[in-house]
Design a protein around this ligand. Structure first.
Ligand SMILES: Cc1cc2nc3c(=O)[nH]c(=O)nc-3n(C[C@H](O)[C@H](O)[C@H](O)COP(=O)(O)O)c2cc1C
Length: 257
């Protein structure tokens, strides 16, 4: 299984076995993070892998939210750093899926105080629990609870070959509470990406919203790589200055000729 295939089969895992993961495997996972592409340049990030010892999260009832291991994602706080880390986190959950592990996103606000900061400049902005899944960590493509493409897209032109595949990969992206806040306006060779307005009001404040978009953009770029398509992610000024009643413009995915 590769990353692209994992997009279609990965599901959130909530029940894990307590199996140990060998140290060299954990090191490989850690090294993988260092080799990841970034979405936004010049933002320092780091990941730490912690084994569950009951002291990772604050002491509130955590029944069901534990996992044998945690990836704690740290980042400098800069413009779009949440989108960048969302992109890297999604790469990591898909990579762990290709290695045969189950994964689940957890709330970084629940981390204990001493785990929330790394050095003077990096803050914990995301947590992924992982380990050997008790049941299956995969599902059938059609079993994902997601909105249909027709509900997410406005087709302004008939999209060229592969654009539908990029949209299908985007559609399957996970999001906080499965909110799927993205909407797509589709032309022959480009997809303009919007977020629903009621989410937008919280866009700056409710930081996970940006992480969702980072993960969804990871799906688009992983699909593009699978089909050997060059895609540029750009913010088009003529769209960003327009005002839309229900949606706010985020970015465009433009396929290079
Ligand atoms: C950035 C991000 C943060 C998330 N945070 C949490 C969380 O704090 N707690 C939780 O139970 N699920 C969290 N989720 C998981 C989503 O609820 C889940 O992915 C969604 O319901 C879809 O389910 P699926 O992954 O099985 O397709 C998060 C997902 C994303 C993408």
């Amino acid at each position: 299984m590769n990353l692209y295939e994992a997009i279609f089969t990965r599901k959130t895992v909530k029940k894990f076995r307590a199996d140990e993961i060998p140290a060299e495997e954990l090191e490989k996972i850690h090294d993988h993070f260092r080799e990841l592409p970034e979405l936004v340049g010049n933002i320092r990030t780091e990941v730490r892998i912690l084994k569950d010892d009951g002291k990772v999260f604050r002491n509130i009832p955590l029944q069901g939210v534990r996992a044998p291991y945690y990836l704690i994602f740290y980042s400098e706080e800069k413009q779009r750093h949440q989108m960048n880390i969302g992109y890297m986190m999604e790469h990591m959950v898909l990579y762990l899926c290709t290695l045969g592990y189950g994964t689940r996103f957890l709330d970084s606000d629940m981390l204990r105080k001493e785990k929330r900061q790394l050095g003077s400049e990096k803050k914990a902005v995301g947590v992924v629990g992982f380990g050997v899944s008790r049941d299956s960590y995969l599902r059938k493509h059609g079993d994902a609870r997601r909105l249909a493409l027709e509900e997410l897209c406005v087709f302004k032109e008939i999209p060229r070959q592969w654009v539908r595949q990029l949209l299908e990969a985007a559609r399957l992206a996970p999001s906080v509470g499965n909110a799927q806040p993205w909407r797509f306006v589709v032309y022959d060779n480009r997809i303009h990406i919007f977020t629903k307005k009621h989410q937008v009001e919280r866009f700056a404040r409710y930081t996970k919203e940006e992480q969702n978009f980072g993960g969804m953009l990871a799906h688009i770029l992983i699909a593009a790589e699978e089909f050997w398509i060059d895609v540029d992610l750009i913010r088009l000024e003529n769209i960003s200055q327009k005002s839309f009643p229900n949606n706010q413009y985020v970015i465009s995915a433009v396929i290079r000729n």
